[in-house]
Write a new protein. Structure first.
Length: 319
């Protein structure tokens, strides 16, 4: 992405406007030298960290690019409103007609993305502001003020409609919502502490121990969980798993259960599905407790899913 810097230099070096070419060269040399010096110091000071990040890029992110990518059609005609894309394309026609060299600066990164066929949105999000600049450049030369208002209004209103009536309902159906709802439900119970157990599926997409702090995020209760009891039974090291970080994650020590023979009156069990059978050790732990709530929504799309079952001690006289 830093390739735009020499483009800026060449644009101004060959521009008829100030600064002159000699001034441009001097500024470019000073800027490049200072940047190289600072980058070199940073690389030397953080050599081990940078090496690990490059290793992660080559072993994890690069293979992932071959498994999943969005199309330019989806990116520029759905994730970006078609009118924005249309006015951005029109701006190119205007720039060529006006022979505006500065337009190359905002166009450059978009060209790099297209030429290198970088399709995954998370890696090209930095070009979206440039698309907006291109669109605004094109709108400047639309003569009708009313047409400009229509273009902008359509882009804004349709984005709000899609966010409110498409994305939001979909997000509310994700299985991750089970963790949020479970946390909110736990706040309605009398006990101050909740013991959480994890049941790993036979063919896991990711390690469910990451759900423990997520439940904690949505409840005021004290969460207690012991990784050694639940996460080591079916864990497998999947080096190129899309959710590799879940296998490398370890819950903080403050979640640890105090000791053997101790336990709160509420137990939450996180599993792939609320219909998954319970192992013998959990049947023993749940003696004297009964299922009071189950959260098992599933959108039917993603492999990684989570459900929560809440068990509570039933006191005499409680309806």
């Amino acid at each position: 992405m830093l390739s735009v810097l020499p483009v800026i230099y060449f644009v101004f070096a060959f521009s008829k406007e100030e600064p002159k070419t000699r001034t441009c060269i001097s500024r470019a040399v000073v800027t490049a030298s200072a940047a190289c010096l600072l980058i070199g110091i940073f690389l030397l000071a953080n050599y081990h960290l940078i090496r690990e990040q490059i290793g992660l890029l080559l072993s994890y992110q690069k293979p992932a690019l071959e498994r999943w990518e969005e199309s330019f059609l989806s990116t520029f005609l759905f994730q970006i409103h078609p009118l924005v894309t249309a006015t951005a394309l029109y701006s190119g026609y205007v720039a060529v007609k006006k022979r505006d060299l500065k337009y190359i600066i905002i166009l450059w990164l978009v060209l790099v993305i297209v030429l290198l066929q970088i399709r995954r949105i998370r890696y090209i999000i930095m070009v979206f502001p440039l698309i907006c600049l291109m669109a605004s450049y094109g709108l400047r030369y639309v003569r009708s003020t009313e047409a400009k208002k229509v273009f902008v209004s359509c882009a804004v209103v349709s984005s709000l409609v899609i966010a409110s009536f498409a994305y939001l309902p979909f997000l509310q159906k994700l299985s991750a919502e089970n963790l949020k709802k479970a946390g909110e439900f736990l706040d309605t119970r009398n006990a101050s502490e909740v013991e959480v157990y994890i049941l790993q599926p036979d063919d896991p997409a990711g390690n469910l121990i990451v759900t423990v702090p997520l439940i904690d995020l949505f409840t005021r209760k004290t969460i207690l969980h012991n990784d050694d009891l639940t996460s080591g039974q079916t864990k497998q090291a999947v080096w190129q798993s899309p959710l590799r970080f879940t296998w490398q994650f370890r819950n903080p020590s403050y979640y640890r259960i105090p000791g053997i023979g101790w336990g709160p009156h509420i137990v939450a069990i996180v599993s792939e599905s609320a219909r998954d059978p319970l192992p013998p050790y959990l049947n023993i732990r749940l003696a004297g407790l009964e299922l009071v709530k189950s959260f098992d929504d599933y959108e039917g799309i993603f492999r990684f899913r989570s459900s929560v079952r809440v068990y509570e001690k039933r006191y005499e006289g409680t309806p």
